[in-house]
Design a protein around this ligand. Structure first.
Ligand SMILES: *Cc1c(COP(=O)(O)O)cnc(C)c1O
Length: 346
């Protein structure tokens, strides 16, 4: 009612209020709202100076939006394999990628509500080598490394507020975070048609503005975010501690990482996963497979992929990963049911 009364539909004070709340929550120097998490990556790439035909290295295990964003800004994606142990990039793989491809930028993706275990080392390497680093934190709002906000300590980070993420809007929305004031300013210009004044356009941007309704919705949700993360973390921790089945190997984030509880992650022998999935379905237990295919293997990749370093690990992860139910305020009895059902799988 307040938004309608004031005619605040796009922009308006509530967007600024949400951006301030987001900045405070993530402890980043500059936080901007935008239309969705994919735009957030495109905006970050553009604002950080990635241009046409620049090479950008990305992990082969991520959501397709990471790949798309690179192509959509006219740059060329190169995929790097991930580790079978941590399911993320490693310092060694990034080093090899930089040597082999001499990229302009790296998109480091933090999956499952964790942080890539070698984030600090990778940040330093990129700085030393002059590689622009963008961190895709679509799944990692609230995640901490060494007690500090992952997003807040990144030079450039992006997130998604798609409703199924840990901080969801009621529709599509995204966020971009910067340390540098000038880059943040350029990003703000890109979000709003390259505007430097109302009818003066200093850049080719697009319309990626955050709606006032979504900003207000998330301003309310932010108040509950810590409680939600706490309840999710408990579910992940209980599965890891209480599921004792030889077919499932649970993977935990690194010791210095404080997960936000986005997903529970286990791997199993690719050959036994389909039957286990059928068993869960027969017991009315939902599950995910984040993600069931490597980026470089997607049908849409072949005309755009610049190159890849692959040891088959991303493929193996795609065939092995399984995510048991995990959501905010999941009831202890529901968690008990999943644990008992999995433990009694024959
Ligand atoms: C969800 C997600 C995105 C894209 O976000 P949208 O808001 O759906 O555009 C990008 N990267 C990762 C890793 C994601 O999980």
């Amino acid at each position: 009612a307040e938004l309608i009364k004031n005619g605040h539909f796009v922009g308006g004070p509530v967007v600024g209020q949400f951006e301030t709340a987001l900045k405070d929550y993530t402890k980043s120097a500059h936080a901007l709202g935008c239309a969705n998490g994919t735009d957030a990556i495109q905006l970050a790439l553009r604002a950080a100076g990635v241009n046409k035909n620049d090479k950008v290295i990305i992990p082969d295990m991520t959501f397709w939006a990471t790949f798309e964003a690179v192509v959509n800004v006219g740059a060329v994606p190169y995929t790097l394999d991930v580790s079978r142990e941590t399911l993320h990039l490693t310092l060694a793989s990034v080093k090899e990628g930089i040597e082999k491809f001499n990229p302009k930028a790296l998109i480091l993706v933090h999956l499952y509500g964790w942080a890539c275990p070698e984030t600090m080392e990778i940040r330093k390497l990129c700085q030393d080598k002059g590689v622009v680093l963008i961190e895709d934190c679509a799944q990692a709002i609230g995640t901490k490394v060494n007690g500090e906000s992952l997003i807040g300590t990144a030079a450039v980070a992006t997130t998604s507020f798609y409703p199924a993420k840990v901080l969801g809007a009621s529709g599509d929305a995204g966020g971009v975070f910067f340390q540098d004031a000038k880059v943040a300013k350029d990003c703000q210009i890109l979000i709003n048609h390259g505007r430097i004044s109302h009818y003066e356009h200093g850049m080719i941007g697009w319309n990626s503005r955050l709606g006032a309704y979504e900003a207000m919705f998330m301003l309310e949700s932010l108040k509950h975010l810590d409680a939600k993360l706490e309840s999710r973390r408990k579910v992940c921790a209980r599965y890891r501690a209480e599921i004792k089945h030889p077919a499932l190997k649970f993977i935990a984030p690194a010791n210095n990482v404080w997960e936000n509880g986005y997903l529970s992650v286990a791997v199993m022998d690719p050959q036994s996963r389909p039957a286990f999935g059928e068993y869960l379905k027969s017991k009315d237990i939902g599950f995910g497979m984040i993600y069931p295919g490597a980026m470089s293997e997607q049908p849409g990749a072949k005309d755009f992929l610049g190159g890849k370093i692959s040891h088959g690990h991303a493929d193996w992860v795609a065939k092995s990963v399984i995510n048991l139910p995990c959501f905010a305020y999941m009831k202890p009895e529901e968690v008990d049911y999943v644990i008992q059902t999995v433990n009694s799988y024959k």
